[in-house]
Design a binder for this molecule. Structure first.
Ligand code: MG
Length: 386
């Protein structure tokens, strides 16, 4: 199949309230028509593109054609005052050997290659085809502000482009319409006037026509999704080991012949986690929020530090996404206590235990951890804006 793409791009941008006509407004770093043309690049049957455009915008269209459809023949023709005239100009300039012509709105940048192929193939088989989506809103017919009728919407479709027609059919349809003085807002309307059948194929709700300023904003965010506001934090802590102290790690008391020394309960793992959470929002460190010079923090349960940091996160409009931590300790065995640690940290951070990872390693008998003089811990925390 050989197909020609016809694009009327001579209209003004009056509904957008902009000086620049809609097809040439910038969208995600490129004019709208550039996105529209790119949609056709993957469709092998398209051999030629004819754009109806005013002289002022012709150089821009030419550069977009070269950029997105370099393998196609390019033709620019003058636009007319209405779409129908622009399409007629483009149709007359199209190659006579095209089996099918596809007329597409310049401001419909989200047509998928599948949708385009569906239309072209259906036109090849049936003569004329256009995409349509069922109307989901209730439809009323009204006059002078008064509702006259509720229309049965079960057989109503909102139609889109590309509208694909055998080239000779569309020439005949234009000939008859011009003779009869009939105008239509789309090509299918002319084919219907010719008395030929038009096939409805499945459209795509994403294939929107950019009409109003908020359509542009929606298209922009679709092409250029905002990076979510996420923050990562890192924490490190170390405490010496001493006899006669309780060993508390990850909020769990573990039987051992010595414990970590510190002003609070010296839970090195929770201190690293607390610093990671505070660090993600650049809120300083654990010492700034819970100074070891204050009596209130003496022997304090370090889970309160975690909860305090999570409170600050909440006040800043964030939430914890996940936590990953590693404890470096030669002894004792940590693994049996990990499930309870994860459960407690998860509860304090208001997340599920599947978002808390606790790992432990020895230091291979090297350094202060290897000599069992102390333990260290490292943690990362990811936060996201609520
Ligand atoms: Mg500490």
């Amino acid at each position: 199949m050989k197909a020609s793409l016809l694009i009327p791009a001579a209209g003004s941008g009056t509904r957008m309230g902009a000086d620049i006509p809609k097809p040439f407004l910038p969208l995600a770093g490129e004019p709208v028509i550039g996105h529209t043309l790119r949609a056709f690049a993957e469709v092998e049957a398209i051999r030629e593109v004819v754009v109806a455009v005013s002289e002022a915008w012709a150089p821009l269209v030419e550069s977009q054609l070269r950029r997105h459809l370099p393998h196609c023949r390019h033709v620019l023709v003058d636009g007319g005052p209405e779409r129908m005239r622009s399409v007629w100009n483009a149709l007359q300039a199209s190659s006579p050997d095209a089996d099918v012509v596809a007329v597409h709105d310049a401001v419909r940048p989200f047509a998928s290659a599948d949708l385009i192929r569906r239309c072209l193939e259906a036109a090849m088989v049936h003569g004329a085809a256009l995409p349509g989506v069922p109307v989901t809103d209730t439809v009323k017919r009204a006059e002078d502000g008064r509702v006259r009728e509720t229309v049965d919407r079960s057989r109503l479709f909102a139609v889109q482009t590309p509208q694909a027609v055998r080239r000779q059919w569309l020439i005949d349809a234009y000939g008859k319409a011009l003779r009869d003085g009939v105008s239509a807002t789309d090509e299918a309307g002319l084919v219907e006037h010719l008395g030929r059948p038009v096939r409805l194929v499945e459209g795509d709700r994403a294939n929107i026509k950019l009409t109003y300023p908020d359509d542009m904003a929606a298209a922009e965010s679709r092409l250029n999704p905002q990076v979510p506001d996420i923050r990562i934090g890192y924490g490190y802590d170390v405490h010496p080991l001493a006899p006669g102290r309780r060993l508390v790690l990850g909020g769990v008391e573990i039987p051992h012949d010595r414990g970590l020394l510190g002003h609070s309960d010296a839970d090195v793992l929770l201190h690293a986690i607390t610093d990671a959470i505070l660090g993600a929002l650049a809120l300083g460190d654990i010492g700034a929020h819970f100074p070891d010079t204050e009596a209130v923090n003496r022997d304090r349960d370090s889970r309160e530090f975690v909860r305090g940091a999570v409170d600050l996160v909440r006040q800043a409009g964030f939430r914890v996404v996940n936590i990953d931590a590693t404890l470096v300790a030669e002894k004792p065995k940590i693994l049996p206590h990990v499930p309870l640690m994860r459960e407690r940290i998860a509860a304090d951070a208001a997340i599920g235990p599947d978002r808390v990872s606790i790992k432990a390693t020895t230091n291979e008998k090297m350094g202060f951890q290897g000599r069992m003089e102390g333990m260290s811990a490292m943690a990362t925390a990811l936060l996201a804006r609520v």
